[in-house]
Design a protein around this ligand. Structure first.
Ligand SMILES: [Zn+2]
Length: 163
């Protein structure tokens, strides 16, 4: 019995349609298949309601079903951005109108995701065994998160796609 924690991250514009989706779910299936009976697999994501996070959350939901759970305990761990908060370095008038997918406040800080991203692969209190990232069109947020993981010497695997 052992616990294995993996972190996932990636572009919010990663398509959720077939083909693109399987690039992510196949990798997660592979991680689940490596577990032994009695193991716990903790899967972390950033809780965005689009792109990579959405596909990861969907995969977790599918595998939380008791029938699919089998003997591996799957745990979802989310590290959402704090969209309501600004940093001291934020410029005035930079907040954007929230269309409902970034917390509950009428406006959100567009930098909140970038401030949160390093915590996905390298949360100080919850180290991960492996970091998986899917980057579309070299998107800056995901690229920086991967770079952070690399500098922190966290085991990682990345996929790059272009469209
Ligand atoms: Zn701000």
């Amino acid at each position: 019995m052992r616990a294995r924690r993996i972190a996932t991250s990636g572009s919010t514009r990663w398509p959720t349609k077939p083909g693109w989706r399987e690039t992510i779910t196949d990798a997660l299936d592979d991680q689940l298949a490596r577990c032994q009976p009695g193991d716990t697999l903790i899967v972390r994501h950033g809780a965005a309601d689009q792109g990579v996070d959405r596909i990861v959350a969907g995969w977790i939901a599918d595998h939380l079903e008791p029938a699919a759970q089998r003997t591996v305990r799957l745990v979802e761990e989310t590290v959402p951005a704090r969209w309501e908060e600004c940093a001291p370095s934020c410029r005035p008038e930079h907040r954007r109108v929230n269309r409902g997918n970034r917390g509950k406040a009428p406006t959100y800080c567009p930098s909140a995701g970038h401030r949160r991203n390093p915590d996905i692969p390298a949360h100080p209190d919850y180290p991960v065994d492996l970091f998986l990232a899917w980057c579309l069109n070299d998107s800056s947020g995901t690229s920086k998160t991967i770079e952070h993981a690399r500098k922190a010497r966290i085991a990682h695997r990345t996929w790059n796609a272009y469209r």
